[in-house]
Each structure stands twice: as structure tokens, then as C-alpha cells.
Design a protein around this ligand. Structure first.
Ligand code: RB5
Length: 147
């Protein structure tokens, strides 16, 4: 019998992204992923950098290879995440953003805005983000220059 481990994907959000994060958790499980929920889990107002820091730590430890961050616009949480050198967080608004974030930027974090992107479009972004491989080649050289 062959045992294939499920990939674990981390999800984190602030209060503004909570509902979308919950939907993402369910969708990821339906797609066969294991989910690492790094909070927040209530509607109380919180500071989004605390949650991007949680995800950065999980990536650094190797608990996950990829993750999703959600705040109101996706802007603050992606800026905060990208302060960590090992994080390549891409703020995406549509499937095309998500595809190129993987193909050209080897993004390891998908960032989304729950107040600016509808749930169906956000789920499309997630699916494309998870199913698209980095192209490497000339893009590898460029990604290496990020740090
Ligand atoms: C929280 O109100 C909001 O500022 C935050 O979710 C995000 O949009 C910041 O960039």
C-alpha cells in the first residue's frame, strides 16, 4: 500500500479576513489538503502583522511550504509578511495574478483582501496558486535577487 502524505497549507488572517479564512479552510480540506490554522479565530480587532509573523515562522520551521494570508485589503498583511526574507507573498486580485505569482515569482504565500476580492474569485486564486509550478530559468535568477 502506498501512503501519500497530504500537503499541509497554512492559513492566517486578521479579523477582516476571518470569514474568508474559514471558507478557505473548508475548501482546502475538500481539495485534500491538511490545514494549519494560525488564527485569528474571532471577530475581535487584532493586528495583522501578528498573523503574518505566525505564517513566516511556520514557513521557517518547515511546518508548511505554502500559505495564505488574508486581511481587509491584503495590503498590510502582505507588506508585513514580505519583511521576512524567506517569504514571497503575492497580493492577488484575480487568477492571472495568482498564476504569474507562481510562474514568475515563486510566491510561497498568497495574500488576499477580503474586502476587495469576492469569495469566488479568491477561491479561484487559491486553486491556481496551489496548482501552478514555478517556471525557474531566468525567473530563478531574478527571485534570487530579492534578498
Ligand atoms: C483592518 O481594519 C484593516 O486595516 C486590515 O485588515 C488591512 O486591510 C490592512 O491592510
Amino acid at each position: 500500500m502506498v501512503f501519500i502524505a497530504k500537503e499541509k497549507v497554512a492559513i492566517a488572517s486578521d479579523h477582516a479576513g476571518l470569514l474568508m479564512k474559514s471558507a478557505f479552510g473548508e475548501y482546502l480540506e475538500e481539495m485534500g489538503y491538511e490545514v494549519l490554522n494560525l488564527g485569528t479565530d474571532s471577530t475581535c480587532s487584532v493586528d495583522y502583522p501578528d498573523y503574518s509573523n505566525n505564517l513566516a515562522e511556520a514557513l521557517l520551521k518547515g511546518s508548511v511550504m505554502r500559505g495564505v494570508l488574508i486581511c481587509g485589503t491584503g495590503i498590510g498583511i502582505s507588506i508585513a509578511a514580505n519583511r521576512h526574507r524567506h517569504v514571497r507573498a503575492a497580493l492577488c486580485h484575480n487568477e492571472t495574478d495568482a498564476r504569474f505569482a507562481r510562474l514568475h515569482n515563486n510566491a510561497n504565500v498568497l495574500a488576499l483582501g477580503a474586502r476587495t476580492t469576492g469569495l469566488e474569485v479568491a477561491l479561484d486564486c487559491l486553486r491556481v496558486f496551489l496548482n501552478t509550478e514555478f517556471e525557474g530559468g531566468r525567473h530563478q535568477r531574478r527571485v534570487e535577487k530579492y534578498s
